[in-house]
Design a protein around this ligand. Structure first.
Ligand SMILES: *Cc1c(COP(=O)(O)O)cnc(C)c1O
Ligand code: SF4
Length: 397
């Protein structure tokens, strides 16, 4: 919404209509040293990163660059897009495919790690490259939209796997694709009977909110249920434009969830997570995950210790609405999948009773009940019936 002096100064001749057009934002992305130099007073360390090529694409939308500070190198938004010489480090735990996705890929572009859901990497492109990206081995390699042969193979894989109830469109950022392609992917997936849920993972509300148009939202609504997973890391990213984009989605009935990543010096503090989560909840976005940063190449300086994350979570527990509380999780390096973490409130346990000390120090005991389990022996028959009505709009006739 804001059309600032800095925007006009950096892009002479830009109109309000240009600025609000996602095609313009994509076309005018900044990627070279010289382009970044026009927006930012670059430090030596930042300039060195441009000269020595950190091995991962550099790119930002003009919109996102304008959220960052021109002079302050500690600015959280700036640190997520402007590379520094720290990315050239190769010490510590750094691996090219930290989640072991290659070995869980039964066919190109599909990652199948959990029984009932798969990732479908429809493109490797993003409108902006986050310096800590976990999928650097794939993202931004210029493969763009999946080729038609791989696309058909990926669909065939999902079709032949009736246990897959959910498909998560990821990448890259699926919304770098045009509406026509998105419509096609969603209709192809909806044609598969056992696919119940489609998730779209996209950073567009954060980095290019203009991409969330009425036409796009109508496509999601047409193919419901489509869940939208976005990725805000800091309250400074929640601009008026971002709020409008999120409102468009939720007003049309598209549920929006947020997955954040804890990043050193950017958001690794309880007060920052709290401010972000409260604002998201107010905008009707459910904070879903709070991830440890994965050890991808060039990300060592972004990672934070698990102890600190547990401390942040403990500080927020009880003080932050349960609706706004993200689940703390990490991916086991090498492909072990996600592990969830919750504060340990238990002080002792026996079969008869478990003792707890709550978030503000109040203690209590929960005793095991007297008596045996009362579940019916023919439970399986009911379960089968309930599982069959999942896709009927109004449940049992
Ligand atoms: C994270 C992830 C999912 C989704 O997991 P949820 O806990 O359901 O959000 C699915 N597949 C892969 C490979 C993942 O890494
Ligand atoms: S939007 Fe996601 S895939 Fe793209 S660079 Fe950022 S973290 Fe990586």
């Amino acid at each position: 919404m804001r059309f600032t002096f800095r925007q006009i100064e950096s892009f002479p001749g830009v109109t309000q209509a240009d600025w609000q057009s996602w095609a313009w934002q994509f076309r005018n992305g900044l990627s070279t040293h010289e382009q970044f130099g026009r927006y930012f007073r670059l430090t030596e360390s930042e300039s060195e990163a441009f000269k020595r090529n950190p091995g991962f694409q550099i790119r930002s939308t003009p919109y996102y660059a304008m959220l960052a500070s021109r002079d302050d190198v500690k600015d959280p938004v700036r640190r997520m897009i402007v590379p520094t010489a720290l990315e050239l480090r190769r010490d510590g735990q750094q691996v090219s495919d930290p989640l072991g996705e290659r070995k869980h890929s039964p066919t190109e572009r599909i990652v199948h790690r959990y029984p009932d859901r798969v990732l479908f990497l429809v493109t490797d492109q993003c409108s902006l490259y986050c310096r800590y990206c976990l999928r650097k081995h794939f993202t931004g390699q210029d493969q763009a939209f999946v080729g038609s042969k791989d696309y058909e193979k990926a669909l065939a894989y999902i079709r032949a796997a009736p246990g897959v109830r959910e498909v998560i469109l990821s990448g890259g950022d699926p919304l770098t694709l045009g509406d026509g392609r998105i419509e096609r992917v969603l209709s192809d997936l909806r044609a598969i009977e056992h696919v119940e849920i489609i998730r779209v993972g996209s950073r567009m509300p954060v980095v290019c909110p203009m991409r969330i148009t009425d036409d796009l939202v109508a496509i999601f609504k047409k193919h419901k249920p489509v869940y939208f997973m976005t990725h805000f890391n800091h309250p400074a990213e929640l601009s008026a434009d971002a709020a409008l984009a999120l409102e468009k989605l939720v007003d049309k009935g598209v549920p929006v969830y947020n997955q954040m990543v804890l990043l050193n010096g950017i958001n690794n503090h309880a007060a920052i997570v709290q401010a972000l989560s409260r604002r998201l909840l107010y905008l009707r976005v459910k904070p879903y995950y709070m991830f440890q940063c994965d050890p991808s190449e060039g990300s060592e300086h972004f990672r934070t210790p698990v102890e600190e994350s547990l401390q942040i979570q403990r500080e927020l527990w009880g003080r932050l609405s349960g609706l706004a509380m993200p689940n703390l999780s990490l991916d086991i390096p090498g492909g072990g999948g996600k592990v969830g973490m919750v504060p340990d409130f238990e002080t002792s346990n026996t079969v008869e009773a478990r003792s707890y000390e709550g978030w503000d120090g109040v203690k209590g005991v929960y005793s095991a009940p007297e008596g045996a389990s009362a579940l019916p022996a023919d439970l399986d028959t009911y379960l089968e019936e309930w599982n069959q009505i999942v896709q009927q709009p109004y449940g049992r006739g």
